[in-house]
Design a protein around this ligand. Sequence first.
Ligand code: XMP
Length: 517
Amino acid sequence: MNVPGGVIVLDFGGQYTQLIARRIREQEVFSAILPCSASIDEIEGLRPAGVVLSGGPSSVYDKGAPVCDSRVLGLGLPVLGICYGMQWMAHSLGGNVVKAEHREYGPATLDRERDSTLFRGLPEHLKVWNSHGDHVIGLPAGFETVGRTDNAVAAIEDPSRRLYGVEFHPEVLHTERGSEILRNFVFEVCRAEKNWSRASFISDTVGAIRQQVGDAQALCALSGGVDSTVAAVLVHRAIGDRLTNVFVDTGLLRRNEFQDTLELLRDRLHLKVDGVDASERFLARLHGVTDPEEKRKRIGAEFIAVFAGEAKRLALSSGSDMRFLVQGTLYPDVIESVSVKGPSAVIKTHHNVGGLPKDLPFQLIEPLRDLFKDEVRMIGRELGLPDEILLKHPFPGPGLAVRLLGEVTKDKLEVLRAADAIVVEEIRRAGLYGKVWQAFAVLLPVRSVGVMGDYRSYGYTIAVRVVTSEDAMTADWARLPWDVLERISTRVVNEVRDVTRVVYDVSSKPPSTIEWE
Ligand code: XMP
C-alpha cells in the first residue's frame, strides 16, 4: 500500500528501522520502508513528502557496504540521515567520515550550537542515544554543524537543500524528546499533512482491495489468530461474501479451539468460513516422526495439500474466478527477505501458506504488510473485533505438535490439551493473560516416578512455559507469583491423567526459543 505525501524510510539494515516508520505513523503521517537498494523511480513513484535514511551496522568503507542511489539526495525532497544514514549522506556529498577513536554506545548529551528547524521548540541540551563506531569529521559543502556530543559531530544540516543528519537515534525512547525531532522533520521540514489514521488506513485499504479484486473471488487461510482475522475482516469489508475463508482443524489445536473459533468467526464476525476437519490426515502424516524439523515440514506440506484441495474444490463449486489469496503477512515477516542483511539463519522453519504449489495461480492480497503486531491490534479494534481475538496469544502454525516432544499421538495430545487448558485458565484467573506474551504447557517425552494415594505412579512430565516479550525476537520467563505456579502444578497433577510432575521453564530467549521445538 502507498499513501502519497508520506515519508519513505530507506533501510540500511539498522536495528531500529522499523521503529522510525512507526514513530512517523504515530504522527498520523504515512510511512513505509523500502530497502536502500530501491530504484529512484520506485522512490519518486511513491510521491513522498520526504525521505529518512536509516542506521545500519556497516561502515561506509566496508566492502559491500549498503548504498542508496545517491540521486535521492538531489530530488529536492527533504532527507534526514540517521547514524549510518548521516554518515552515508556526508560521505556521498564529499564529507569526511572516519572510524572514531571513542565509539559511542548508549547515552550522551547533545549540545546545540545553532538553531535548526529540526530542533525547534527543544532545549539546548538533550539526552540522546547513540550506537555508532564511525563519525563525520568533515562536512560536505553547504552543511553546518548544529550540535555535538562529547565525542562527535551529532547533528548537521544544509537547510537550503533541506538535508539533515543526526548521529544519534531519535526513534528510540531513550532519546529525550526524540519523537519531537522526528515530528519537526515530518511537519516543519517536509511540510507533510496528516494522512494516516486507523480510520483512513481502513478506508484506503478497503478501497484498494475492491479495486484489485474487481468481480473476482478471494480465498483466505484463516487461523483465528489476530493477523489472519484482521486481514480477512478487511477483505470482507471490501468484497463481502466473495471472500471464502478456510479454517483447517489439524488435530493439533488447543481444547475446543476449532469449534469456538468457527463460531466466533461465523456468528460474531459474519465471515463465510469453510471449516475443514483434516485431523486424521495430519496425525497419519506425523506417525512415527520425532525430529522437530521433520514434523514442521510434514505439517507444512499437509497444510498446503489440504488448502490447495479446498481451493480447487471451492473454485469449481463457485464456478467463478477464484484468483486472489489473502494472507495476514506483517512487516516483520517481510523484512527478512528484503533486508540488506539478507535472510537470517534458519532457526526454525515457520510455516505459513507461502509455499503453495505453482498450479494454484493466486495473486496475493496482504493488507497488513507494512504494519507491526500492535498496529494490527489497533486496526482490529477500530474494526470492532472482540478482545478474544485481539488479545489472543500467538499460537504457532504447527500447533501442539511443537509442544509435544517426540512422536505425536492422539493420547499424548489429549494429555497436553488438558494440561494446557489448566495453565491458560489459571493465568487468566490471576489476571495475567494480558500481561504476558504467551503461556502454555509442553509435554516432555520422559516419564518420572511419583507417589499418589500411597501407590507408586510413573507418568509424564509437563513443563509450563510463560514468557514476557515485546516482539518474540527476545523473551524472558515470566516471574509468576508462587501461588499461581502452585495452583497450576496441583491442578495439572490432580486433574490430568498420567502426569506425575510439573516443572517451570526458566530460560530466556536467546539462548532458548519460546517454543520447545
Ligand atoms: P520461537 O519458538 O522461535 O517463537 O522463539 C517465536 C514466536 O513465533 C511463534 N512460532 C510460530 N508461529 N508458525 C507460526 O506461525 C510457526 O511455525 C512458529 N513457530 C514459532 C511462537 O509461538 C512465538 O510466538
